[in-house]
Design a protein around this ligand. Structure first.
Ligand SMILES: [Ca+2]
Ligand SMILES: [Ca+2]
Length: 174
């Protein structure tokens, strides 16, 4: 992905969004505040596992809250890293976007946010236990399929034998 610099409009939009989901105005997104954000991005309720996975992914410094910087790294990616004038905390609270700026940015970002959210959810790594479970399930399915095939074959052979026996008995009784 090429680092297209974040426009001021996009940035203001992200700021507004962050503050919207920061329900308790702590300046951070706590774990309880994340599902609402994900729901907006995914257009559906995230599962508890998804929410936890995304939170862990976003909380880079593991302090159990998502800072604005951590949020922006995920939302804007390279564009955020390349953002020329990274604002300080004062700028975040005093810069209010105009309605026009917000409308323009909303349109621009709706698809981007979804893309990023899906990417983050997909990035969730499979744990060793999950991998083993998946392999075991696959093996079991193959065994079950094989067993089913054997059963069907036995049934067919049995039917054929019954038919032969019946024919034999019929001929003998002629
Ligand atoms: Ca908060
Ligand atoms: Ca953090």
């Amino acid at each position: 992905m090429t680092a297209v610099p974040l426009t001021e409009q996009e940035h203001l939009y992200f700021q507004t969004d962050f503050k919207t989901f920061d329900k308790n105005n702590s300046g951070f997104l706590e774990q309880s505040e994340l599902p609402a954000l994900l729901e907006k991005q995914l257009n559906r309720k995230p599962s508890d596992e998804e929410a936890a996975a995304v939170f862990a992914q976003m909380d880079e410094n593991n302090d159990e809250v998502i800072s604005y910087n951590e949020y922006m790294k995920v939302m804007a990616g390279d564009a955020w890293r390349g953002y020329a004038s990274m604002p300080n905390d004062d700028a975040i609270s005093s810069n209010q976007p105009t309605a026009e700026q917000e409308a323009a940015a909303t349109k621009l970002q709706a698809s981007q946010r979804r893309k990023n959210a899906v990417k983050v959810v997909k990035k969730k790594k499979e744990t060793k236990a999950e991998k083993q479970a998946r392999k075991a399930a696959k093996k079991k399915k193959a065994e079950d399929d094989e067993a089913e095939i054997q059963e069907i074959m036995a049934q067919i052979e049995n039917d054929a034998k019954e038919k032969r026996d019946k024919d034999k008995a019929y001929i003998q009784n002629l």
